[in-house]
Design a protein around this ligand. Structure first.
Ligand code: SAM
Length: 272
């Protein structure tokens, strides 16, 4: 049966190979979810033995690219959790608007929908000109898509509803041009974005930010790794800066959590 195709020991072997051969460390990702994705990939690509699967991942660079894409979950959407964007619009960005310059890091940005949503809110608050959004991800393929700012047109109805629920006041369609099956977003939005690969597990802090968004990424990490990443963020957020997490993520149990204050009901914390 496919669910028995790969056992825990084999998962360990694969992840150690990936670390040694390709330099990506997935050993502290949540075990159940990474195992599920490995088994899924094994089935999808019709491997007949673990040995063949292991050999291909180790030696075929092209296949490793596919492995990376399948192992990392890239699901995202624009204005995901509208109440979160409402709080950014009403509680967080107006405070940052009093600064001369706003540096924001979107960590684990996937194909960019979150960074474009943020840029739209900044634009509507007249803050985009003095902002810079650093959008990073472990997976180079999603960043290539993010740079283009083109999203499937059939998702736009949902995105437009999310935008309105988040407090957006404009006609959402003014932000993009429809081109066959894609919506191409206004270049004024991504002119304020810098896309780059960055691995939260192994790479260091690269700047100081007033706001870091890392949403729906840490959910795939085990507790120790989550705490390591919180320390990385702590070293990258200015005093009185903000950290935003996904709806199922929390700073709770992280030893330094008391140095942060929650903003209302959202998963947003301010560094004291
Ligand atoms: C589920 S998506 C979340 C996208 C977006 N933040 C959102 O909330 O809609 C998770 C993203 O985290 C990225 N990711 C996973 N592990 C990472 C790591 N170690 N460093 C940086 N990004 C990582 C994945 O490639 C993926 O694009």
């Amino acid at each position: 049966m496919i669910s028995d195709a790969i056992d825990n020991e084999q998962v360990e072997i694969l992840l150690n190979d990936v670390l040694e051969t390709h330099g990506y460390d997935f050993l502290e990702y949540s075990h159940a979810s990474i195992k599920r994705r490995i088994i899924r990939l094994y089935g999808l690509d019709n491997f007949v033995s673990f040995a063949e699967f292991r050999y291909t991942i180790k030696t075929d660079k092209q296949y490793f690219k596919r492995f990376l894409e399948e192992i990392t979950v890239n699901v995202t959407e624009m204005f995901r959790d509208p109440s979160f964007y409402k709080s950014l619009r009403n509680d967080v960005l107006p405070v940052l608007g009093t600064y001369p310059f706003i540096r924001i890091w979107v960590a684990g940005c996937s194909t960019g929908e979150e960074a474009y949503s943020l840029a739209i809110v900044l634009k509507e608050l007249n803050l985009l000109n003095k902002s810079l959004i650093y959008a990073t991800d472990i997976n180079p393929s999603v960043l290539e898509k993010a740079k283009k700012g083109m999203f499937p047109l059939n998702y736009l109805k949902q995105y437009s509803e999310n935008y309105l629920q988040s407090g957006g006041l404009k006609d959402f369609s003014t932000y993009y041009t429809a081109n066959y099956s894609l919506a191409k977003f206004d270049e004024s939005l991504n002119s304020k974005m810098i896309f780059s690969t960055h691995n939260l597990v192994s790479d260091h802090s690269f700047n100081e930010f007033q706001l870091i968004l890392c949403r729906n990424v840490l959910i795939y990490f085990d507790k120790d790794l989550q705490h390591k990443v919180f320390n990385l963020f702590d070293g990258s957020i200015e005093k009185l800066g903000y950290l935003a997490l996904g709806s199922k993520e929390s700073l709770e149990f992280w030893p330094k959590a008391k140095e942060y204050k929650r903003v209302k009901m959202e998963k947003i914390w301010r560094k004291l």
